[in-house]
Design a protein around this ligand. Structure first.
Ligand code: NAP
Length: 264
């Protein structure tokens, strides 16, 4: 039985993850971390049934010391996640991080700490298997069609832009695409930001609208042709098979893995 704790249980992803772990054979939800004092137990939360007997903590140190989970799933915010991940590693608890918005420096520090202490950790900017395939296919296509722009589309409550998935896609493409600036050398933006964010000469555009969940298009332009690779997550259930897989894998790891594609 893998003992799991979840940070951010009231969030859209967090609620889905609570239900997933509660239903999962071979996993036990031993505690949740909430930064607001809602109730002492999930059974007293409006979002969950009375049968969910899981203690809620507001202090992560206390949670780790009292409940000794093996894995912490974090689905909170870019501001909180680094502290949570670092504290987890310090307690020998393996983090499975879905929260996006890490800086390169934070990633490197966690990577270093996990390797030095031989503790498994997974940071997965996208838990949807289809999205991971989209990234892999995009990296493959970039070898032959190096002119590429990424359009990511998310719900309007998302805090970070561009999305972790868009950045990860651009990084994978970068490994296969000779660095070059796209568009006309003399192009000018008459409204700042019109051409999107610049990643190694590729442009990334972030759309935020109500009604959307998580979507991405990678466009490859060539002489007389356009290749579009698109993935859509229509609901948060699309992420849960990835969450389950990460919990199972992270207990076998002795270092930090960034990206679901590296454990599939
Ligand atoms: P959300 O609905 O805003 O949920 C975030 C939850 O975290 C809220 O309940 C918030 O509580 C809580 N929270 C904030 N700070 C906290 C802290 N210090 N400790 C404990 N809980 C805290 O967001 P979401 O849509 O579920 O997304 C959560 C994160 O997952 C985001 O970073 C998002 O980009 C990412 N995400 C990842 C994937 C993936 O596949 N990896 C997919 C979708 C989303 P309050 O509302 O009370 O502040």
């Amino acid at each position: 039985m893998i003992k799991v704790a979840i940070a951010g249980p009231r969030g859209r992803m967090g609620q889905e993850a609570v239900h997933t772990i509660m239903k999962q054979e071979g996993m036990e939800l031993v505690a949740v971390l909430d930064h607001r004092e809602i109730a002492n137990n999930l059974s007293d939360y409006d979002q969950f049934p009375d049968t969910y007997d899981v203690v809620a903590y507001t202090d992560l140190n206390e949670l780790f010391t009292q409940k000794k989970p093996q894995v912490l799933i974090d689905l909170t915010t870019p501001e909180a996640v680094y502290t949570h991940a670092k504290l987890a590693l310090e307690h020998g608890v393996r983090p499975v991080i879905g929260t996006t918005g890490f800086t390169d420096e934070q990633l490197q520090q966690l990577q270093k700490y996990a390797s030095a202490n031989k503790i498994g950790a997974i940071i997965a900017p996208n838990f949807a298997v289809g999205a991971v395939l989209m990234m892999k296919f995009a990296a493959m296509a970039a070898q032959y069609m190096p002119d590429v722009e990424i359009i990511e589309l998310h719900h309007d409550q998302k805090l970070d832009a561009p999305s972790g998935t868009a950045v990860k896609t651009a990084q994978l493409i970068q490994e296969n695409r000779p660095s070059h600036k796209q568009g006309h050398p003399d192009e000018k933006e008459t409204i700042p930001g019109a051409r999107g964010a610049d990643f190694d000469g590729m442009r990334i555009h972030s759309v935020r609208l109500p009604g959307l969940v998580a979507h991405q298009e990678v466009l490859f332009g060539g002489e007389g042709q356009l290749l579009t690779i698109r993935h859509d997550s229509y609901n948060r259930g699309s992420f849960m098979s990835g969450v389950k897989l990460c919990v199972e894998k992270v207990v076998e790891l002795d270092h930090l893995v960034y990206g679901l594609e590296n454990i599939l």
